[in-house]
Design a protein around this ligand. Structure first.
Ligand SMILES: CSC[C@@H](O)[C@@H](O)C(=O)COP(=O)(O)O
Length: 351
């Protein structure tokens, strides 16, 4: 699995992360050797993307256990890390997994065991993402498009958002490797502009793409310039309702209106069977300053002063009825055709 770039590097038993708040303008690595630094990196979005924050949370817990590893310390560190970002379930999932692995052990053995569990989470994430890419490639091959295939994506669900390959972008990378004539519409994704990260990734991989303002998506679909939309996910409820970066829902509505497939690509760890439907998914409200200040290479430009009220929900929920397929490492759940895989327990309400 070494043939994918990764936003994190392990050296000297500590973490080195690519600071995503400085991308795409500067490539800058940060050293993370305490749980507090890991929590800060997640909360400030130096690292972001559901699978990646899960992995960093897991390493953060291991780092905490190097300082104190009794039950009270474990619980406190877990809560501190879990409180950083609420929507992506991968964070809580990874923290639970590490805690469960170390709880039966003596405190002296916990830090090393937690570190190994975090490494295993990363290995499994890369393998899952590669498999997601292969399943997505099958969907791409099945598109009725003749000539160049035009996909649309939102936010960044590439390798930067995971420990390797990405989710929504994994299939795009494999399609490119397979020599498919493919072009990607990349929506800018205000207010944090994760679309610029996607453009940065795609440019590095030589994937033809065009960045658009978020509001251009509907017109492009109307003009027949989009064959399918593929996005990642932060949490998928038991009925298939999908939380992802705010703006995903509008793209799903436009895709349905123009009879275009809308695919959600995510590892199984993004599925939360304890959420019956999308109403149970917590939606993160971030600082209004992200809307007030437009960031660029030279810092930020204030476009609205703080006398004005601003709302900044960071995610939205796309109802399962608008999702054509959920692609996980276990295969494709074709929600449009009313088929669920018998080997799994996902209680998707098929339509
Ligand atoms: C493979 S990442 C999937 C999602 O986490 C991604 O699309 C997304 O919404 C990321 O949001 P972010 O706020 O940048 O962490």
């Amino acid at each position: 699995m070494n043939d994918t770039p990764s936003p994190l590097r392990i050296a000297d038993d500590v973490l080195h992360i690519l600071d995503q708040t400085r991308l795409p303008f500067a490539e800058h690595e940060l050293r993370i050797d305490t749980a507090a630094q890991a929590a800060h990196a997640i909360a400030t979005m130096q690292v972001r993307g559901a699978p990646l924050i899960g992995a960093i949370g897991a390493f953060g817990l291991a780092l905490a256990l190097r300082e104190a590893a009794d039950d009270a310390a474990l619980d406190a560190a877990r809560r501190m890390l879990a409180a950083t970002r609420p929507t992506a379930v991968n964070l809580a999932w990874a923290l639970d997994r590490v805690a469960r692995a170390v709880q039966p052990l003596a405190p002296s053995a916990r830090a090393d065991a937690a570190w190994h569990e975090a490494l295993a989470i990363c290995d499994e994430d890369r393998a899952a993402n590669r498999a997601i890419g292969e399943h997505t490639l099958t969907l791409i091959h099945a598109l009725p498009a003749t000539g160049r295939i035009n996909l649309m994506t939102h936010c960044n669900a590439g390798w930067l958002a995971t420990t390797g390959w990405g989710t929504a972008l994994s299939g795009i990378y494999l399609a490119r490797q397979a020599g498919l004539d493919l072009h990607v519409w990349v929506s800018e994704t205000r207010p944090r502009n994760q679309g610029l990260l996607t453009s940065w990734e795609l440019a590095r991989a030589g994937v033809p793409h065009t960045v658009i303002a978020d509001n251009a998506a509907g017109q492009l679909m109307r003009e027949g310039k989009v064959d399918a939309v593929v996005i990642g996910a932060d949490r998928i409820a038991a009925n298939g309702d999908t939380a992802n970066k705010v703006g995903s829902y509008l793209k799903a509505l436009a895709a349905r209106a123009h009879a275009r497939p809308f695919w959600v690509a995510a590892p199984w760890s993004t599925i939360d069977l304890t959420c019956a439907d999308g109403d149970a998914i917590p939606i993160e409200e971030r600082s209004g300053d992200e809307v007030r200040v437009v960031r660029g290479a030279e810092g930020g430009i204030t476009v609205l002063d703080d006398s004005r009220q601003v709302a900044n929900p960071a995610f939205d929920v796309t109802p399962a009825a608008l999702v054509s397929a959920i692609v996980t490492e276990r295969g494709v759940i074709d929600t449009a055709a009313g088929r669920t895989p018998s080997s799994t327990e996902l209680k998707v309400v098929s339509r």
